[in-house]
Design a protein around this ligand. Structure first.
Ligand code: BZD
Length: 822
């Protein structure tokens, strides 16, 4: 067995030989009859596809049983609308959830194939930017694992998030192409195909009766993928829409020799599902994005309304049988589209239609950054969706009237669905808020800030509407599969049942001082670090020692996440080591990974700086054994699965109040890394659970940030008061790390000196001190492993099963099939 194949033992392992024989013959049948390959001629990708197809058959059995059960019992279903599902690879997780990891590994081995090796050629399904998309993927799996009947609706992008390369230290983007060799997990559903209209005109056809005649119509065609839950008890469905033209070829144009014109309609239609917008935390703004949003929202609503009508014969009880969750504002046109379907197609009156809409929809907010809140010009919405614009005006008028009657002094301008200050724009967050019965934030701090800041006026108007559901992560992917060594130890200490009931890891806490457990932990971490070290050497050409502290910051690159703070502090550390090379510095490797939106110049400059600093530091013999800096290219779900179990220190250092929750923070803590972080997002809740002694907190609090922003301290003053900072900034600005282009970072540094909006300078000293506390903790290794145990033992609460349990009980009002335990 190689080091990767050990991970198989984390799964359920009691499979008899006949199961292995059966799998072997299933794989061979797929190879022969689905792929037309003889075993002797089969390549690695053929074995992978045959393995996926054989696994998929087992998933289908579960899937069909789940679907049948939910139809037969008429249970309420959850519809999770998300423009992003960041799934990653599926084979290892599906096998593990089906309890087939071990027999499949053996079956493949007997066929001469190394399963863990071929698993790595499965492309990541990268249909998402970051946390929001990954959350949707975790929740689909957790709903399947806790027996919540659910469909996830999204877009089947031809091209997911771009592939990142690093050339001369700079990010370059290459198109992602996961579908180029087909997707063996999915099923095309020709019968589930809907017409999606755009543009055109609206005419009254009678009192209260309106007919919308779109100018353009495209088809949405469904592609379904089963998502199997733990122990294969249940499955949810991921239904992704692909855009097709009504008329793929204009023969008229073709006959006139106009080849471009002949396929113009097709290109325009298919552009809708062509590519994921790579913007995280800044809205895309273009018309195509609005078309994507309406396209998938309308297809999903038509589909669920159609299903409901077929099953129950009426839409009166829609809210009793369907819960629609909006993942951020991207699907918030659902409010207007559901109203349109009820009013225009099913002839409900406004009051009844509104009652049903509001009782069915709920909305999750993922950001308070004002620049990230979606708004669309009224003129654009009017042109693209004239009927929906009418409905939005109708909702707004009734809503503002009602508020005016109740509280004459309310601030109507900020409540309105229309922002009149910036050239009339539709505020999608207000639309989602007003149209939902419940609105949730994703951590305790974030939900409270929602009430105090962006949604303050709406909160006054609807004081019961905002609630909190702190995010969660699936422990199957992020612990059991990603960290088989730790999983084995946990099963030994807490019992085999930890895989079924992650809450049992609590018992691990009692072993924090046990030397034998500490040594086992150290050995497991070392193995994980060795695996990562190999990839670092391959991808960055840097040799790192698995004995040193692995200090990791992996996430989208954004100013508010403050990779800049980390790299500036790294430079300060580098300078300090150089000036006192014989002190007993805690040797470290600084690991970075993350993509910057392609048009986000500052974020790209930060990536460039990290790579430039790496080039200097890694080639300096004075600091050779003490400090290395690496930037791993093309961060994605699979890379996260490799990095997180190898991390000693987890960097969660956003400006307080700006990271809604974070979910990487939870993955690291559950895997036993120590967090160095600000009191932001879910870091606060992690701290509450693991205890103040087991987390390293620094920096201004969200309240202090608020004050600091209102009365900014001049950067010059902050710099003067902060030892080492001036020298670091001068070196960067003066080209010490970019000798070939001395002014490369002049602007980046000038930006900080002019306006330290993200408080990089303000928090620098506090961060620097916190890192020295980390040095001291690392030097006391027994203490370090104690802390690590405490982190794992107290983070089961961050299981997605717990989060889904809260949504199910408090928001969706659906009983979970199996109680979520954490
Ligand atoms: O959502 C993230 C937040 O920044 C995190 O704090 C939080 O943990 C996760 C899950 O709740 N937000 C995003 O990931 N946002 C996007 O990816 C995004 C995508 C498109 C447009 C705007 C934002």
């Amino acid at each position: 067995m190689n080091d990767l194949s050990d991970k198989r033992t984390a799964a359920v392992h009691f499979e008899p030989d006949d199961q292995v024989d059966r799998l072997k013959s299933e794989i061979l049948r797929k190879l022969t009859y689905s792929l037309g390959k003889a075993p002797a001629a089969a390549q690695a990708h053929d074995w992978l596809t045959a393995g996926i197809l054989a696994t998929r058959d087992h998933a289908i059995d579960v899937w069909q049983a789940s679907t049948k059960e939910s139809y037969a019992t008429g249970r309420k279903r959850v519809y999770y609308l998300s423009l992003e599902f960041l799934i990653g690879r599926s084979l290892a997780d599906t096998l593990n959830n089906l309890g087939l990891t071990e027999p499949m590994t053996r079956a493949m081995r007997e066929l001469g194939v190394d399963l863990p090796e071929i698993e790595t050629i499965e492309p990541d399904a990268a249909l998402g930017n970051g946390g929001l998309g990954r959350l949707a993927a975790c929740y689909m799996e957790a709903m399947a694992s806790t027996g919540v009947p659910a469909l996830g609706y999204g877009i089947r992008y031809d091209h997911g998030l771009f592939k990142q390369g690093i050339e001369n230290g700079r990010q370059i983007e290459r198109p992602e192409d996961w579908l180029s060799f087909r997707n063996p997990w999915e099923f095309e559903r020709r019968e589930a195909s809907y017409r999606i209209g755009f543009g055109g005109s609206v005419a009254a056809s009678g009192p209260d009766q309106v007919v919308w005649t779109p100018e353009e119509t495209v088809f949405a065609v469904a592609y379904d993928t089963p998502v199997v839950g733990w122990r294969g008890r249940d499955s949810t469905t991921l239904r992704l829409w692909r855009a097709r033209a009504m008329h793929p070829l204009s023969l008229d144009a073709f006959n006139k020799g106009d080849l471009v014109g002949a396929v113009a309609e097709r290109n325009r239609a298919e552009a809708i599902s062509k590519v994921l917008y790579p913007n995280d935390s800044t809205p895309a703004g273009q018309e195509l994005r609005l078309r994507q949003e309406f396209f998938f929202t309308s297809a999903s609503l038509q589909d669920l309304v159609h299903r409901h009508h077929r099953q129950f014969g009426s839409l009166d009880n829609l809210a009793e049988k369907a819960a629609i969750q909006l993942n951020d504002t991207h699907p918030s046109l659902a409010v207007a589209e559901l109203m349109r379907l009820l009013l225009d197609e099913h002839k409900f009156n406004w009051e009844k239609a509104w009652e049903i809409t509001n009782a069915t929809i709920s909305y999750t907010n993922h950001t308070l950054l004002p620049e990230a809140l979606e708004t669309w010009p009224v003129a654009l919405v009017e042109r693209l969706l004239p009927r929906h614009m009418q409905i939005i005006f109708g909702i707004n008028a009734r809503f503002l009237d009602a508020v005016r009657r109740r509280s004459p002094d309310a601030d109507l301008a900020s409540l309105s669905l229309i922002d009149e200050h910036h050239g009339r724009r539709v505020r999608m967050a207000n639309l989602a808020f007003v149209g939902s019965h419940t609105v949730n934030g994703v951590s305790a701090l974030h939900s409270n800030l929602m009430k105090e800041t962006v949604f303050a006026q709406l909160h006054r108007a609807f004081p019961e509407r905002i609630t909190n559901v702190t995010n969660g992560i699936t422990p199957r992917r992020w612990l059991l599969n990603a960290n088989p060594g730790l999983t084995r130890l946990l099963q030994e200490v807490c019992g085999e049942a930890v895989a079924d009931d992650i809450g049992l890891v609590r018992q691990f806490g009692a072993h924090a001082d046990d030397r034998a457990v500490q040594e086992r932990l150290a050995a497991i971490r070392r193995d994980n670090k060795l695996r990562l070290a190999k990839v670092i050497q391959q991808d960055c050409g840097v040799v790192v020692d698995p004995e040193v502290l692995f200090d990791v910051q992996i996430k989208r690159v954004h100013e508010y996440k403050r990779q800049l703070l980390n790299i500036l502090e790294t430079i300060a550390l580098y300078n300090a080591i150089r000036s006192e090379p014989y002190r007993d510095w805690a040797p470290r490797v600084k690991v970075f990974a993350g993509k910057a939106a392609s048009n986000y110049t500052t974020a790209k400059s930060i990536i460039n700086l990290i790579n430039d600093v790496a080039a200097v530091v890694n080639n300096d013999i004075t600091t050779r054994d003490r400090l290395k800096v690496v930037f791993l290219p093309n961060y994605n779900v699979s890379l996260a699965e490799l990095i997180i179990p190898a991390a000693d220190l987890s960097e969660q250092i956003s400006t307080a109040g700006m990271e809604a929750s974070g979910t990487g923070n939870m993955k690291f803590a559950l895997n036993g890394a120590i967090t160095i972080g600000t009191l932001d997002g879910a870091n606060i809740e992690i701290g509450e659970r693991v205890g103040a002694d087991n987390i390293v907190i620094f920096g201004l609090t969200a309240d202090e940030v608020e004050i600091a922003k209102r009365n900014p301290r001049p950067s010059a003053e902050v710099i003067r008061a902060t030892p080492h900072l001036e020298g670091v900034l001068d070196a960067v600005a003066g080209g010490a790390y970019s000798p070939g282009e001395r002014d490369r970072y002049a602007q980046l540094v000038e930006g900080l000196r002019l306006n330290d909006w993200f408080l990089v300078l303000r928090d620098f000293e506090s961060y620097h001190q916190a890192q020295r506390r980390v040095d001291a903790l690392w030097a006391d290794r027994a203490r370090w492993w104690q802390m690590s145990v405490a982190n794992t033992a107290h983070c089961a609460w961050f299981s997605a099963d717990r989060a889904i349990g809260e949504y199910a009980e408090r928001i969706w009002h659906v009983p979970a099939g199996q109680a979520a335990r954490a």
